[in-house]
Design a protein around this ligand. Structure first.
Ligand code: 4AD
Ligand code: MG
Length: 467
């Protein structure tokens, strides 16, 4: 083994007592006793706990270095693993050598001093905030949830497909997209109406960052049956809310020989599997985050595990909202999208749990959704969760070329741009369905922190792409 040990290996007793180990990490805090012993709490992000390093004055650099150590310093410690007399920690490390790798020469200016910081403050120091317990906890849970999702899909014969981030098509048909270009836009500014100059651009046509990998994923679903993509997606919407980012991660799943009912059932199974795994394998971080957020996160997820998701047709949801119109500042009419206050009412007050709304009117949904027999609604679904709102959007896909072409026309889209997507319906078409899950929103719900800027390591929002 050429790497140094992780503190999590010591804490979880994966290394035997009396073993001599080398660890590396940063000082959370330290205390120098008058008896010539220093107690240094070291963390390396591998787990929630710090390990206490005991340094005695016998160490050669005790006086001229160890006594000068501050919070934030980076150390490499070789020491003997011993049982700790303290109840809260199992092991401590009795140092044989301590090497100071990185000093904090000016501790007063260190932005992450051991005092408590608000999440809002931490958003200003993104480069140092993973050194706090809260951000490292979130990061570990996020990592684990990503793994649970991949394992869940892998075990059910899904293949991962990496769909492109650069695209010339707008998946949703009405998205605000970020342009990708190598043209000298400064010099082209006077020439606004003439778009022929894009022929000289890198891809020979207008290109953008993708808002969703779905259309490309459908290509693989119509050949390899069960597929998913998991990666960043980009939206140039000017929405500065707690649940919107310009760059966020989406899990997209696409299944051949499946309809709307099938994906609704699949989504519930997948999410419950994730929650079970989170509860069973993240005890320390969940406990810590529960204390911080004052939510009982385990009970919250257990409640979801014990109940079935509420499922309601869009039309029924509108009727229900209309009956309770005194609750809202704006009434909803059939054909309109639900606003946040409507969603909150359904999830938090009426159902008091997750709600799947399905069969939305076609005019508020994308061209690719399967047109129902009534020709007014499409086989679509949104999953709304308490406190965070929509975490999943999905649908059965329109697999009939004639109807797809009509929908493209109705939506003002040029069918020639979508020629390869249409080909899938010309050559061996298959009923299929899929969905997209907002990864940061799911994590936000799990950890009880309802601002996805605290979940994305380097959040991008309007006028904010620092770091
Ligand atoms: O509902 P959306 O727009 O669906 C699609 O993009 C489909 N093409 C997915 C598919 O069927 N394959 O986005 C899916 C999810 C939303 O439910 C939401 O959770 C999240 O992505 N999302 C955002 N998350 C953070 N910031 C934003 N700006 C988001 N926009 C959507
Ligand atoms: Mg949506």
């Amino acid at each position: 083994m050429c790497l140094i040990s992780s503190i999590s290996q010591l804490i979880k007793k994966k290394i035997k007592i009396n073993t001599i180990v080398t660890i590396g990490g940063w000082v959370r805090n330290r205390r120098h006793s008058k008896l010539g012993i220093s107690f240094i709490n070291l963390y390396d992000g591998s787990c929630l706990n710090d390990i206490q390093v005991i340094a005695s004055q016998k160490l050669v650099n005790y006086k001229n270095e160890i006594l000068l150590i501050n919070s934030g310093c980076c150390l490499k410690v070789k020491g003997k693993l011993q049982f700790s007399p303290k109840k809260l920690q199992v092991y401590e490390l009795h140092a044989l050598t301590i090497k100071i790798i990185g000093w904090v020469k000016n501790p007063e200016s260190y932005p992450i001093s051991p005092k408590k910081h608000t999440l809002k403050y931490l958003r200003k120091v993104l480069h140092l905030r993973p050194r706090t317990n809260i951000i490292s906890s979130i990061t570990r849970i996020k990592h684990n949830v990503g793994m649970y999702i991949r394992n869940f899909l892998h075990k059910r014969n899904f293949f991962w497909v990496n769909t492109p981030l650069i695209t010339t098509l707008d998946t949703e048909g009405f998205s605000k997209m970020f342009r990708v270009s190598t043209l000298d836009l400064e010099n082209l500014r006077n020439n606004k109406k003439d778009t022929s100059f894009f022929k000289k651009d890198f891809f020979g046509k207008e290109a953008f960052l993708t808002v969703s990998g779905q259309l490309n994923l459908e290509v693989y679903a119509c050949s390899m049956s069960k597929v998913y993509t998991f990666g960043p997606t980009f939206r140039a919407e000017n929405s500065n809310t707690n649940r919107h980012l310009a760059e966020f991660w989406m899990l997209e799943v696409e299944i051949a020989f499946a309809n709307l009912k099938d994906i609704i059932c699949f989504i519930e199974k997948m999410l419950k599997n994730i929650f079970e795994n989170v509860i069973n394998n993240n005890e320390d971080d969940l406990g810590f985050l529960s204390k911080k957020t004052k939510y009982d996160l385990v009970s919250k997820m257990n409640k979801i595990l014990l109940n079935s998701f509420n499922i309601i047709k869009y039309t029924e949801a509108v009727e229900l909202l209309q009956k309770n119109k005194s609750q809202f500042s704006r009434m909803i009419n059939w054909g309109e999208d639900l606003s946040i206050e409507h969603e909150k009412y359904l999830v938090n007050k009426y159902f008091k749990g997750p709600v799947i709304i399905f069969n939305y009117p076609k005019n508020i949904k994308a061209f690719y959704m399967y047109l129902n027999d009534n020709k007014k609604t499409v086989a679509s679904m949104d999953l709304l969760f308490p406190d965070i709102g929509e975490i999943i959007g999905g649908s059965q896909r329109e697999d009939r070329i004639k109807i797809l072409d009509e929908r493209l026309k109705e939506c003002g889209l040029n069918k020639n741009d979508y020629w390869w997507y249409r080909d899938l319906r010309k050559y061996g078409t298959v009923p299929h369905a899929g969905f997209g899950l907002g990864f940061e929103r799911l994590i936000s719900y799990i950890i009880g922190i309802y601002n996805i800027k605290d979940i994305m390591p380097f959040p991008r929002t309007p006028y904010n792409a620092n770091f």
